[in-house]
Design a protein around this ligand. Structure first.
Ligand code: NAD
Length: 484
């Protein structure tokens, strides 16, 4: 029986085939024990009318091999095509996006030569859940979904990653000064999990100043763990400031399946010219080798690759007069790496990967006890565009509704209280959030809610959605309005 590890490989679009060929040549020359199951994804599959960009046979292959080495693809413009990356991440539960950002100074130009950070981005939740609605003529909504197990999984992954790779600090980034419940859950979970890793320093930064610091002082960061959208943005900032956009690889890791790729796209502008830098995909492949338990091969390739950079053998994107010794194409670069297999870099620190463990990390979730949930009120959202949008008119009319004590408490517009006693200057859209509560704080039944909605309809209002106001073990599970 073959001792080779079967992996799924996609050559992708644009420069994809060239950089994959270069990468596989290096993998084979280094003695990686791999068997390739090649699948077709991307543009040609989309154009066949398959909106996910992947044939059913690709899903089957991934289910079998559980490891995907993927070149970038071109997403055709318009036409309802789904992002293949988002489909793969969600279908296979690839919850952790791991993106190392390292400076290779002085061999690749950067203002921050000491940068060596890793961004661990939550990959399945947040605004990327893709739940969007248009609710009124003027107002659109995108739901931000943050779950407790989703947060715990990615945060544990970040700490396990730091432990495994000898990293000293994990920084959490959120915007919990504004999103106190959703981002607050992520931050709170981070603080709880951090206690289990006393040897690792921890830190929290609000995402805005955190991003500014990455742009200005990326060297101060080690591991960063954050939510999906923030992670997407800071990954590109970090890659850009370290000068390594064309060099970075990334891993999307789940409990069973993992996908490895370059961080850049398919670069159609230089496709077929043999000038693309294959380093991003190669660095993704190096992460893959560690993941499947071939860390010695990963080290060998990483060291030969660094030696190639040190020797000034550079593709056009990183070539610099005076620093580089030779400008090479994609395949010649790969050949230079192959010739250096077995050598170590002279200036940069040689690669060293853990030989005992493989990813995915141990991310077992803590047992939890379910909280006692009680319904204490309801927010009814109303589409209303009459009477000059005077909040007092809608407020006084809704005061007539009373479902066994469930009555109007306040009205907000875009989160700001406008009734009772709103500010005359507040701008109002056609989207009104009307909060109903019981005066004595007693719990609310579903039949009270249904009765209330019927009364609201009877008063001539168009209700467009409801949100229930729960407490969990007595703790408020909803935000207060500005001015409440
Ligand atoms: P891009 O990353 O493909 O290209 C941006 C610029 O960087 C171009 O000038 C390109 O020539 C250059 N570049 C990129 N990779 C390079 C390399 N390895 N060597 C040398 N130069 C390189 O971004 P884009 O132009 O915005 O996107 C092109 C296509 O790629 C789009 O269809 C997009 O949807 C897709 N894309 C795919 C992925 C993926 O599959 N993971 C990621 C991002 C973008």
């Amino acid at each position: 029986m073959s001792s080779k590890r079967k992996i799924t490989v996609a050559y992708g679009d644009g420069i994809g085939p060239e950089i994959m060929k270069a990468t596989i040549n290096i993998l084979d020359a280094a003695g990686a024990q791999l068997e390739y199951n090649v699948v077709e994804i991307g543009e040609q599959v989309y154009l066949k009318g398959i909106s996910s960009g992947m044939e059913p046979s690709t899903f089957e292959s991934l289910r079998e091999t559980k490891v995907f080495l993927k070149s970038p693809i071109t997403t055709p413009q318009g036409g309802g095509f789904k992002s293949l990356n988002v489909t793969t991440r969600k279908s296979f539960g690839l919850y952790a996006n791991v993106r190392p950002c390292k400076a290779f100074s002085p061999f690749v130009k950067t203002h921050f030569p000491k940068t060596d950070l890793v961004i661990i981005r939550e990959n399945e939740e947040d605004l990327y859940a893709g739940i969007e609605h248009r609710q009124t003529d003027e107002v659109y909504q995108c739901l931000k979904i943050i779950s407790q197990p989703g947060s715990e999984k990615i945060i544990r992954y970040a700490f396990e990653y730091a432990k495994k790779y000898g990293r000293k600090k994990v920084t959490c980034m959120t915007k919990d000064n504004i999103m106190k419940l959703a981002d607050g859950l992520f931050h709170k979970t981070f603080d709880e999990i951090a206690k289990e890793y006393p040897n690792i320093q921890t830190d929290h930064k609000i995402i805005d100043i955190g991003t500014a610091l990455i742009a200005d002082r990326p060297e101060v960061f080690d591991v960063i763990v954050t939510l999906n959208l923030y992670g997407d943005i800071i990954s590109d900032v970090a890659a850009q400031v370290t000068g390594s956009v064309g060099l970075g690889g990334s891993a999307n890791v789940g409990e069973e399946v993992a996908m490895f790729e370059a961080i850049h796209g398919s670069a159609p502008d230089i496709a077929g010219m043999d000038i693309a830098n294959p380093s991003g995909l190669l660095n993704g492949a190096i992460m893959m080798l560690v993941h499947i338990g071939q860390p010695e091969i990963a080290e060998k390739i990483s060291n030969a690759w660094m030696k190639t950079l040190e020797d000034g053998i550079h593709t056009g994107d990183i070539y610099q007069e005076g620093l580089s010794s030779k400008k090479v194409g994609t395949q010649e670069f790969a050949q230079a790496v192959i010739e250096r297999l077995g050598q170590l870099p002279a200036t940069m620190i040689p690669a060293s990967f853990d030989k005992d463990e493989v990813t995915p990390m141990d991310v077992k979730l803590r047992p939890r006890t379910k909280a006692k949930k009680e319904l204490t009120g309801i927010d009814v959202f109303i589409d209303w565009d009459q009477d000059g949008r005077d909040p007092n008119v809608i407020g006084e009319r809704l005061r007539q509704a009373n479902a066994k004590g469930l009555q109007l408490h306040l009205i907000t517009n875009r989160g700001v209280k406008v009734f009772p006693e709103g500010m005359r200057e507040t701008f109002c859209t056609d989207h009104w959030r009307c909060r109903f509560k019981t005066d004595d704080g007693s719990t609310v039944t579903h039949s009270q809610v249904l009765d209330l909605l019927q009364q609201i309809e009877g008063l001539g209002f168009d209700f467009i959605k409801t949100e229930h106001l729960y407490t969990f073990d007595g703790v408020r599970g909803y935000s207060l309005a500005q001015g409440e």
